[in-house]
Design a protein. Structure first.
Length: 482
């Protein structure tokens, strides 16, 4: 086999197409990494505390998504052009393929259109707490990423769920523009002399809670008090009747759970003795308490029942400071800690980045991934090799890997007859006339040959002036021949 010929063809193909295709492939791997970098840098530059920042982050993600699609299309067209594929001839097959793909990907097109309307209408943005109601399940979490095709949320358990935008038909946004903290807490009716006293003490405890420096910046309205929204009868002998008190407070978006925990803990502290006294004075054992009251006791974190000797002889005493602080901290975590989860998510340096990055040489101090650095180094190497394949032209020096220039083959030139090779019969038309005049008196054995020779010499004459000098001696010689 002609191995040398095959190796030479391979070398020429690598020089002509291989380096360019390798550069395009590396750029294709770098495009999504560059997009993520742009999103992270621009997200950090946007103020996190403003409502408009949520929509801006979503718009940035959509723009980067479109730019990536355009970049990939340009790479494909460039690769086809490099391989010598005629784009005009490929238009008809591409139309057929695109029609088939579009028919089979109607759902993806629906997701893209859904994402477009979600972003333009600002239904929700990055950082909102949303709940999606789907045919399969209902998911709830904090929005961490948005593209034209899908929305990524992180649940309270830390799970990441990707919801296609076409499936987000019904969505509840719990942190849009403003939110409302709703605190419903049962209070023993026997705790006060009247409902007015219960209302006054409950409102005072709630007002003291929202005046806390940690909560006051998030308050948007005064407290709306709704007394006795429900009356709950005792579930066992010795338990008091309870009346549900409801408090409504308009707060900053996403801060309703923080306000609810703080106000609930303050109201429990206000009625702490009444909860403990009624629970300790119950004449029935805990075995007679049904599950509903067990849940109520667990939710409100009532202190455990004292033993018979203690509560039979001594009145219930106030808990020691350490126990009170522990119980208060436990009461603050009654509701789902959604706000804390959102805060932890926002405090993370990168949601999509790995937990730890090596701070070696390839990562440039942790700024990029080592694999990204390797791709950039390979890209620079192939660019350097590609520059060596350029031809320098006639005057400039060509690259080291430039193909050798071979002379352009030309057609062989037509032979040119010189005057010395022209037969003596080829003379000017004027020459035969002069020679004929000089040769007419000469006798000839064949008189009929002279006219024929003269007739044959006439059409083969040339216009060269040098022929006269060459033909004149011959005529003179023929004259002096006898």
């Amino acid at each position: 086999m002609p191995y040398a010929y095959i190796m030479e063809l391979t070398k020429h193909w690598i020089i002509a197409h291989g380096f360019a295709l390798a550069i395009l492939v590396i750029i294709g791997f770098l495009i999504p990494r560059i997009g993520r970098r742009i999103i992270n840098d621009m997200s950090h530059a946007i103020d996190e505390d403003t409502e408009a920042s949520k929509g801006r982050k979503a718009i940035i993600g959509a723009i980067v998504y479109i730019a990536e699609a355009i970049a990939y299309a340009a790479l494909i067209i460039t690769a086809m052009h490099n391989l010598g594929i005629n784009l005009a001839a490929a238009a008809i097959p591409a139309t057929v393929v695109s029609a088939a793909v579009g028919f089979g990907s109607q759902k993806i097109i629906g997701d893209l259109l859904g994402g477009f309307f979600i972003i333009t209408e600002k239904q929700y943005g990055v950082g909102d707490w949303v709940k999606f109601f789907g045919s399969a399940a209902t998911v709830e979490g904090d929005v961490v990423k948005m593209t034209l095709r899908a929305t990524t949320i992180r649940t309270i358990n830390g799970d990441e769920i990707t919801v296609p935008n076409g499936e987000a038909r019904m969505c509840v946004n719990s942190s849009a523009r403003w939110a409302r903290a709703v605190i419903s807490i049962p209070v023993p009716i026997t705790a006060g002399s009247s409902m007015a006293e219960i209302k006054t003490r409950t409102l005072a405890a709630a007002q003291h809670a929202i005046n806390d420096p940690e909560l006051s910046p998030h308050i948007r309205s005064d407290i709306t008090f709704q007394a006795a929204t429900d009356v709950i009868p005792p579930t066992a002998m010795g338990l008091p009747w309870t009346a549900t008190m409801r408090l409504l407070i308009d707060v900053a978006p996403g801060k309703q759970w923080l306000i609810e925990r703080g106000v609930r803990a303050a109201v429990i502290d206000e009625w702490w003795k009444d909860y403990g006294e009624k629970a300790s004075s119950a004449v029935v054992s805990s075995e007679g308490i049904d599950d509903s009251f067990r849940r109520f006791s667990l939710d409100t974190h009532t202190p455990p029942v004292l033993d018979e000797e203690t509560h039979s002889t001594n009145p219930p005493a106030d808990p020691d400071p350490e126990t009170a602080r522990a119980l208060t901290h436990a009461a603050e975590t009654i509701d789902l800690p959604r706000t804390e989860v959102m805060r932890e998510i926002q405090e993370q340096s990168e949601e999509d980045a790995p937990p730890q990055r090596s701070h070696g040489l390839l990562s440039f101090g942790g700024r990029v991934r080592p694999s990204t650095s390797i791709l950039i180094i390979c890209l620079l190497g192939f660019l350097a090799l590609g520059s060596m394949t350029l031809s320098g032209g006639e005057n400039n020096k060509a690259g080291w890997l430039a193909p050798t220039q071979t002379p352009i083959p030309t057609e062989p030139a037509a032979p040119v007859w010189k005057e010395s090779t022209i037969p003596s019969e080829s003379v000017e038309p004027s020459m035969p006339s002069s020679s004929a005049e000089s040769t007419m008196p000469v006798p000839s054995s064949s008189p009929s040959s002279t006219p024929s020779e003269t007739t044959l010499e006439t059409p083969t004459t040339t216009d060269e002036p040098t022929v006269e000098s060459s033909s004149s001696p011959s005529a003179a010689e023929s004259t002096t021949a006898p």
